[in-house]
Design a binder for this molecule. Structure first.
Ligand code: CAA
Length: 240
């Protein structure tokens, strides 16, 4: 039977490319989404991939959502924590709500999804969790104390859970994308974005499928010896 994968934020942007890449590997994919019903419906019509709506920042909604996926498609073997938001602004202008929403969804979502699925993976002795971090969680970014903190937290979360998963067949890894051509990056004011792109050695934004390729590797059968690892895919913008 085909392995079942959930991709959060899986109907748009980088998540859409990940859903397609995992489907092309022969996995049965459930694409979670949080709000855009019209886009999710169009995605399912175009790809045949089922879409499931819930808020990854809501703990109970994750437990219920993952149970619904398991009922519909089978036990969940793979989780890609991709869903994320930005609420950019300098600290002086950032509200507590801007801080809290980014932490709740971007970092809390990883915890909620792991709580819902890690136990089953452990019992079956096989699992793959891939968390989408960010270059801005590694290097920081002006105007993103919330996002950089959440993404940095994702990198720590990954390494900690990898230690728990190692002896039970569950790998936990992270991707740190740089600036990728998505709606999220398009929301950065054009003059600011121009300056950022000028600092990318490869000389362009990344493409969503270039991130998905890395996720696919972590999720493969052959990836069993890779855990606690972070793969940077950023056009050379941050080397360390
Ligand atoms: N370093 C130092 N100073 C900077 C700076 C930087 N990187 N960026 C801006 N400034 C300075 C400006 O020069 C300006 O200085 P003066 O007042 O002396 O002229 C001051 O900060 C204010 O800048 P803005 O006019 O841009 O201020 P603002 O309040 O209108 O906007 C901001 C602030 C919202 C943070 C805006 O600069 C911005 O959107 N920056 C981009 C943030 C970013 O990169 N977000 C990434 C989103 S995509 C993503 O997150 C995906 C991923 O994982 C990569």
């Amino acid at each position: 039977m085909s392995r079942v994968a959930i991709v959060t934020g899986g109907t748009r942007g980088i998540g859409e490319a990940i859903s397609l890449a995992l489907r092309d590997m022969g996995y049965t994919v459930a694409a979670n989404y949080g709000g855009n019903d019209a886009k999710a419906q169009a995605f399912t019509e175009a790809t045949g991939i089922a879409a499931f709506k819930w808020d990854v920042g809501d703990h109970q909604a994750c437990l219920d959502g993952c149970a619904a996926v398991a009922d519909a498609l089978g036990p969940v073997d793979i989780v890609v924590n991709n869903a994320g938001i930005t609420r950019d602004g300098v600290l002086a202008k950032m509200s507590f709500d801007d801080w809290n929403e980014v932490m709740r969804i971007n970092l809390g979502g990883c915890f909620n999804m792991a709580k819902a699925t890690f136990g089953g993976m452990r019992e079956r002795g096989w699992g793959r969790i891939v968390n989408i971090g960010s270059i801005n969680g590694q290097a920081g970014q002006y105007g993103q104390v919330n996002y950089a903190a959440a993404k940095s937290g994702i990198h720590g979360f990954t390494k900690a859970l990898a230690q728990e998963g190692a002896k039970v067949g569950v790998t936990v890894n992270a991707i740190a994308p740089g600036y990728v051509d998505t709606d999220m990056v398009a929301a950065v004011p054009a003059p600011v974005l121009e300056k950022i792109v000028a600092k990318i050695p490869v000389g362009r934004l990344g493409q969503a499928h270039e991130i998905a390729r890395g996720v696919a590797f972590f999720c493969s059968e052959d990836g069993g010896f890779v855990t606690g690892s972070t793969l940077s895919i950023n056009g050379g913008q941050h080397m360390y």
